[in-house]
Design a protein around this ligand. Sequence first.
Ligand code: KIV
Ligand code: NA
Length: 265
Amino acid sequence: TRRITVHDIAAAKERGEKWPMLTAYDAMTASVFDEAGIPVLLVGDSMGNCHLGHDTTVPVTMDEMTLLSAAVVRGTRRALIVGDLPFGSYQEGPVQALRNATRLVKDAGVGAVKLEGGERSHSQIELLVQAGIPVMAHIGLTPQSVNAMGYRVQGRGDEAAHQLLRDAKAVQDAGAFAVVLELVPAELAAEVTRTLHIPTVGIGAGAGTDAQVLVWTDMAGLTPGKMPRFVKQYANLRQTLGDAAKAFAEDVTDGAFPQEEHTFH
Ligand code: KIV
Ligand code: NA
C-alpha cells in the first residue's frame, strides 16, 4: 500500500467523487480510521478542545502539533495526513509559515499542512507550495480568530458572500490543493465548489461540497454536551466507554475481577 497523495485528491474531483475526512490526534484512533478506509486524516488544532482540555484552539503549540502529528503518521499506512499550523505559527509571514510547516513535514512526517485564512494567507500558501509542501486552506469560520469573529455562520449577505468567493479564489491562485469551508450557507458553499477546480471540504457547509470533514470525537459521540446542528453522531462512545469503566470499577470492588483466567501462578 502507498499513501494517498494530493494528486489522488485532485483526480477525485475530476471524477466527481466525494470523499470523507476525519480528525485524529493519536496513533491508535488514527489506525482505526486508516483501516476503515478514510483517505485523509487531519491532525486538527481542534486537539486543543478535544485532546488537551482547552476551551479553544488558540493555545495549541507547534510542539503539541508536532508530537501528535508524528503519532498519527506512525499509526497509519494509507491515509494522507494533514497537520494544522496552530495559531501564531504562520501569521507573522511566509518565512515563519515555512519554518513551522517544514517542522511538521520533517519531524512529524505529514504529507500536507493546513492553515486558516483566504486573501490574508495568500503569501504564506504561495511560499509553502513553492517549497514543495502541499497546503489545504481553511476559510469561512476560522476558529483561531474566535476572539475577533465568535462562532457564527460566515458568508451571509452579499458583501460577506463576495469576500468568501474572493478568499476561495485567492487560496486556489496561491496553489492550495483543497480548501475547508467551515460554517457557511449551503448555497454559497456549492457556488464556491462549482467555481473552484480544487476540492472543497465542508463542515457545516451543506451537501454541495466535494468532501466532508467532522471532528472525530463529535462524529463518534465522545465529545460531551450538545452538538452543533452540522454534526451527525455515528456512535455513542461516551456512553460505551463510561459503561466499560463502571463495569470494571464494580468488578474490582466486588472482587469479580481478576478471575483465575487472568492470573499467573
Ligand atoms: O482543527 C480542526 O478540526 C479543523 C477542522 C474542523 C476542519 O480545522
Ligand atoms: Na483546525
